[in-house]
Design a protein around this ligand. Structure first.
Ligand code: FAD
Length: 381
């Protein structure tokens, strides 16, 4: 039986483990955290990623039905720029990360071994496979477990594997803004969406468990210390006077649960996703800013594509070449688009913001009219 090591048990790593096992591989997952699981808040899972999860037999991430209440884009006063119900856009499933992670790992079969508390520090390839080294691994005592035919590096944006394969790569670049996230218990009927201000954005959506996931961004230098009142206080100072239900969502969020992360992505061009029998997957390959909400979805799609290519041929190098050819250009486009949306969304010049909002308003109306015409045409067929 062919063997694989997956480095990192984030959403990308666990999906890859399930996908490989279902292709008949024996998989060992190495994770540096002491326990398997996810921290974080909500996550959007777009239909293309839902389809991969469904193919893998992951239950519970059903396609979202439209909520019926308005969602879209607003200004901080609450004035609508674009209403999603008008333009008929596709809607992602919104789910808590931990729940998504649990649903995926529930598909782990007996072909997957998980070893937590292992920090991978390097790898070496030879003609017959790849040897992974790390703290917590004992090559003498468990030699067979740190060697495999294939290594999937799903070790995130600061991937040690990517650094080992591409030592001169410049690494993640700072976007210029930080992100806050939280989960609120709040009784609201608002359908959610994003509100754009000057150098700040706030978005929210209902999770499939009924709670409200919210996120916010603000321009600021990397690594700035949290204010004396804590993260919740920082974000309340920034957004507490925006339109309802934003103040209600902030008030309905336990302060100690609010997360803050400076936002980075990987510079383009992306490095090759494959070198010999080592494959980069997820943020290790193509970390993007969260503006499209597609980073984890892309990791899931990577896993789906890798499994499809491995099933298509017994020739491992050929399958991996196809994986790189399929996934690198597709994800590079997302990295670029996501970065651009962030640049526009985080504008803070008053004149440029007025211009931007005006263009979005007009664009939204045009898209709404086109969607209405499409609906009328479809109803005639
Ligand atoms: C604010 C924010 C909002 C986001 N919202 C969305 C969204 O709505 N939808 C979406 O699709 N994406 C979203 N993303 C992106 C998404 O979070 C990432 O793309 C996704 O988590 C990447 O998954 P991954 O498995 O590739 O990496 P990670 O989640 O980073 O997992 C890497 C794993 O590897 C482990 N690891 C690292 N180094 C080692 C090592 N040396 N040895 C062993 N283990 C190691 C880590 O402990 C971790 O468990 C968002 C990101 C941010 C920052």
């Amino acid at each position: 039986m062919r063997t694989a090591i997956v480095v990192g048990a984030g959403i990308g790593g666990v999906t890859a483990a399930v996908a490989l096992e279902q292709c008949g591989w024996q998989v060992t997952v190495l994770e540096r955290a002491p326990e398997l699981g996810e921290v974080g808040a909500g996550i959007s899972v777009w239909p293309s990623a839902v389809a991969v999860l469904e193919d893998l037999g992951v239950q519970g991430v059903e396609k979202a039905a439209a909520t019926g209440s308005a969602a879209g884009m607003r200004q901080s006063s609450g004035r609508w720029l674009v209403e999603a119900a008008d333009i008929g856009v596709e809607i992602p499933v919104m789910i808590h990360r931990a729940q998504l992670h649990d649903l995926i790992t529930a598909r782990f079969g007996t072909g997957i071994t998980v070893r937590t508390g292992i920090t991978v520090t390097g790898l070496a390839q030879d003609d017959s496979g790849v040897t992974v080294t790390g703290t917590g691994l004992d090559p003498g005592a468990a030699g067979e477990e740190c060697r495999a035919d294939l290594v999937i590096a799903a070790d995130g944006i600061r991937s040690i594997t990517r650094r080992t394969l591409h030592p001169s790569h410049e690494g993640p670049r700072y976007s210029g803004y930080t992100a806050y996230r939280g989960i609120a218990e709040a009784d609201i009927s608002d359908g959610g969406g994003e509100t754009w201000g000057r150098g700040q954005r706030f978005g929210f959506a209902r999770l499939i468990d009924g709670r409200i996931y919210w996120y916010a961004t603000a321009n600021r230098e990397a690594g700035r210390a949290v204010g004396p009142g804590g993260i919740h206080d920082d974000v309340t100072k920034l957004f507490g006077d925006w339109h309802e239900p934003i103040p209600a969502l902030l008030a309905g969020t336990p302060p100690e649960t609010v997360l803050q992360n400076d936002i980075y992505d990987l510079p383009l061009p992306l490095v090759p996703f494959v070198q010999g029998c080592v494959v980069l997957l997820g943020d290790a390959a193509h970390a993007m800013t969260p503006n499209l909400g597609r980073g984890a979805c892309s990791a899931i799609e990577d896993a789906g594509a890798l499994a499809r290519q491995l099933r298509a041929t017994e020739d491992l190098p050929a399958a991996l070449t196809q994986y790189d050819a399929e996934r690198r250009p597709a994800t590079a486009k997302l990295v670029k688009r996501s970065r651009s949306i962030g640049t526009i969304g985080q504008l803070d010049n008053r004149v440029l913001c007025t211009l931007r909002d005006g263009l979005f308003g007009v664009g939204g109306k045009v898209a709404g009219l086109l969607a209405k015409r499409r609906r009328v045409e479809q109803s005639r067929v």
